[in-house]
Design a protein around this ligand. Sequence first.
Ligand SMILES: Nc1ncnc2c1ncn2[C@@H]1O[C@H](COP(=O)(O)OP(=O)(O)O)[C@@H](O)[C@H]1O
Ligand SMILES: [Mg+2]
Length: 234
Amino acid sequence: MLRIENLTCGYGAFQAVSGLSVTLRPGTITGLMGANGAGKSSTLMCIAGHVAAKQGRLWLGEREVTPLSPTERVRSGIAISPEGRRLFKDLTVEDNLKVGGLIHPVAEFKRDRDRVLTLFPRLGERITSLAGNLSGGEQQMLAIGRALMARPKLIMIDELSLGLMPKVIDLCYRALVGLRQDGMTIILVEQNTDRVLAVADDVCVLESGRMVWSGTAADARNDSNLTAAFLGLH
Ligand SMILES: Nc1ncnc2c1ncn2[C@@H]1O[C@H](COP(=O)(O)OP(=O)(O)O)[C@@H](O)[C@H]1O
Ligand SMILES: [Mg+2]
């Protein structure tokens, strides 16, 4: 579905991600794991086109997206809910959703919005609130909702559960499972190892910008070296 070949990116001379190659299966959740600073967010931002690739190529289905701008990548079906959410805090919930749907005709906004509000009814109750006044959980739903407004084939969610209450985390995870059922491909970056391993189909582990492990989540759970060394489980 998404094919990453030998991807290298960074900031100035510093390489945050080195030689990453991975293929995502359509309609699956891939957990991208690793310690702080391992290069997870850089990987997602590079796939979205916000951080330039120094080397490597990317394909979404049959289409190579390496030369495309961030906006063209959204049009091709790649959306991100970024670390820190980066909402437009002075805009309402509705207007944040509008921004997410800018690549589609205005006439289709209501239909797309209503689909997001069905997934996250709480956003409907807060539709006229400023994004900056939402709780952390509501902001995360809005960040995911804004990404969904583009009708992506691939959605990347960075630090899904960071700072959220367990009930809200459950709700977001249920939404992800529903999206996967609908055929969407998902990359999930998450500190909470137990939760990723419980929901993901595949897992990639980064360490200092390099992939040190990849395989199915079932294999990851059974690999005691992996869980002890990289994932902090015993
Ligand atoms: N905008 C930036 N400028 C310079 N270095 C950065 C920037 N963003 C991240 N880095 C560095 O790149 C490395 C990987 O960071 P990041 O991709 O954010 O890791 P993770 O998301 O796994 O915590 C870290 O060493 C981090 O300090
Ligand atoms: Mg990060």
